[in-house]
Design a protein around this ligand. Structure first.
Ligand code: NAD
Ligand code: DAU
Length: 350
């Protein structure tokens, strides 16, 4: 094996696509998927690779530094792609400390382990997967670039910004080879139905209300998750150490326009009358501190490494809806247990 890569959070949404891509594309690498299997982690996302020789799942928590040391030593970890995190903004508003622990302390634990065990003479990389939310909120115009000052505004983005700073600090202070990428909103298969697109797909299937926050005129920049995984692969192999890369598809949508498109596509696919799903749209109390607009300028990644998205939004969204319609068992499994309770209480707590 030429590399033994520790991918954290590999049972989650984006992590599972990164694991699937690396296990299949690089049979000479050993891929260790470290995941605590929180509510967002799901081993069903790894069915296609679970029996591959170059894949190993390890249930562990990045808050347990002694476990991390043992895993690094046992598998002789050469590189880290770090995705494990608490990832949902609404949850961060209710329980900010969970985000401080996992996203900040967990990241520093991983950095410390790399610092203790990696030899400076050898070729290693600590790749930290981050978000465009660290840059704050845009007005009607402009884009986030790699040099946009950090201005996080939710507990989630504050915790991710802090973790980014620690990654940079470990590069500058201890010489750990690091790369950070900051990506816009992802969508696609394996997405837990608490985020806008999979939540609304699930609700449309079950003809439940579609809770649009505030006036619905908030803008997000959407990228198909498999295109994010391809960008991570490219940056991991060709990116400059100590550098950061913005990832995004130049694909801005106001929430309400996206929801109407989703309703239209789903009415067609489900053989429902045109307009039926739009009747489910329900305006609800806004998310506190709701960021108005995100838009990523991904031209550095395009110019330096030649990356660009492979699908249009309509293609990606259509494929995503098909995936959920064909994977009703997956959807049922992740929406049992605490899921209902969470949704019944979350607006009351706002
Ligand atoms: P997710 O919530 O779907 O998955 C997170 C995974 O991390 C889960 O499998 C969970 O079990 C695991 N995890 C959580 N706490 C852990 C802990 N303490 N120890 C070990 N494992 C733990 O998240 P996602 O949407 O796939 O996001 C992955 C990463 O990408 C995150 O760092 C997130 O900030 C970043 N990101 C996400 C998006 C997006 O649109 N989803 C966009 C840009 C960046
Ligand atoms: O920009 C990258 C970020 O995108 C990632 O770092 C986060 O991990 C990821 O969760 C996502 O954050 P958002 O807050 O933008 O995603 P979410 O799907 O929660 O919300 C998208 C938009 O839709 C946002 O403006 C809030 C709105 N929304 C969301 C939900 C869940 C609604 O109007 N109703 C809803 O029920």
């Amino acid at each position: 094996m030429t590399k033994c890569i520790l991918i954290t959070g590999g049972a989650g949404f984006i992590g599972s696509h990164v694991v699937n891509l690396f296990v299949n594309k690089y049979p000479d690498y050993k891929i260790i998927n470290l995941d605590a299997l929180t509510y967002a982690g799901n081993l069903e996302n790894l069915r296609d690779v679970e029996n591959n020789n170059n894949y190993q799942f390890v249930k562990a928590n990045i808050l347990e530094s002694e476990d991390l040391r043992q895993i690094f030593e046992q598998y002789q970890i050469t590189d880290v792609i770090h995705l494990a995190a608490e990832s949902h903004v609404d949850r961060s508003i209710h329980s900010p400390l969970d985000f401080v622990y996992t996203n900040i302390v967990g990241t520093v634990n991983l950095l410390n382990t790399a610092k203790q065990l990696w030899n400076k003479e050898e070729d290693h990389l600590f790749y930290h997967v981050s978000t465009d939310e660290v840059f704050g909120s845009l007005g009607e115009t402009g884009y986030f670039t790699e040099t946009t000052p950090y201005d996080p505004r939710s507990p989630y983005s504050a915790s991710k910004a802090s973790s980014d700073h620690f990654v940079r600090a470990y590069h500058e202070t201890y010489g750990i080879p690091t790369i950070i990428s900051n990506c816009s909103n992802n969508y696609g298969p394996n997405h837990f139905p608490e985020k806008l697109i999979p939540l609304f797909i699930n609700n449309i299937i079950h003809q439940k209300p579609l809770p649009v926050y505030g006036d619905g005129n908030y803008t997000r920049d959407w990228l198909f998750v498999k295109d994010h995984a391809v960008a991570i692969d490219l940056i991991f192999h060709k990116g400059q150490r100590g550098s950061t890369y913005n990832i995004g598809g130049f694909n801005e949508w106001k929430n309400i326009d996206l929801v109407k498109l989703l309703c239209r596509l789903m009415d067609q696919k489900l053989g429902r009358q045109a307009g039926q799903s739009e009747n489910l749209i329900t305006y609800v109390k806004d998310r506190p501190g709701h960021d108005k607009r995100y838009a990523i300028d991904a031209s550095k990644l395009n110019k330096e490494l030649g990356w660009k998205p492979s699908v249009t939004f309509e293609e990606g969204l259509s494929a995503t809806i098909d995936w959920y319609l064909n994977n009703t068992e997956w959807l049922k499994n992740v929406t049992t247990g605490n899921y209902q309770h969470y949704y019944e209480t979350m607006y009351q707590n706002r």
